[in-house]
Design a protein around this ligand. Sequence first.
Ligand code: SF4
Ligand code: SF4
Ligand code: FES
Length: 293
Amino acid sequence: MAGPVGGGRGGPAVTGGGEIPVSPTASPAAGGPSAPESGMTGATVTLRIFKGVPGGELGYATYEVPEVVGMVVLDAVHWVQRNLDTELACRWNCKAAKCGSCSAEVNGHPVLMCKTRIDTLRRGPITVQPLRSFPLIKDLVTDVSRNYEINKMIPPFTAAPDDGTPWRIAQMDVDRLYEHRRCIECFLCQDVCHVNRGHDLSARFFGPRFFVRVASLEMHPKDVLDRRDLVRDLGGLGYCNITKCCTDVCPEHIHITDNSIIPLKERVADRHWDPVRWLGRKLRGTSPPPEAP
Ligand code: SF4
Ligand code: SF4
Ligand code: FES
């Protein structure tokens, strides 16, 4: 019955788990099943939801949920929590695709549960499982704290000392930065990236979300630090082979590879390998901008 733990970087390998019976103490929720909701279609949705904690029994529990018009996967999971299994753990906050908390894998695809309508999925049982590149905490909840550790390694925006001149930034630069600022830190890109999934490079690879952040800082016309060596050496930018899987799953439609990773790779190449720039610096007697500490 129990499935193995250990997908990606210690995340759950959830494809082989067996069927888990729902505990009688968890079903139904106190107060009995909810009253019928308006907008019910009369159809039933079958959910297979991953359950378990590390070191315990791991597998899938199956639930039948009455379908409601416009229902999203998070609605169905909440219905299960309310009516069938109060012990089921999932993380969410806004239900508006803005907090980035409800990330999970639905039918194998990394998505926001609150943005994934049931009627857009193929007919048949819907499998819901936690992000597999992160260590499992319980059921659909994983430990994404490593991302916050990576974030601390990246020096924040640093402007030149204020000389009293008003900042003027071209609209083109504003637009470019705004795309990066749309990130909601859902970490779906971190989850899908094959460098994270297939290798234990946790200490040597920032991952796509943080390439977006570094690009945003590097492209800011008022930032004075140079993070190119940091992202190359500590961030492992070279491990990315531009498969674009991260771009495909981004719910904010950030062009992670085209507008963050490739420009960063170009900047790193310019700094280290462009002979014309090197010669120019030599002739002018200038040095590259200060490196990030
Ligand atoms: S493009 Fe690079 S960062 Fe994005 S998923 Fe592929 S290897 Fe990972
Ligand atoms: S870049 Fe996109 S997929 Fe990655 S964390 Fe930000 S919003 Fe999520
Ligand atoms: S609950 Fe906030 S993004 Fe889904």
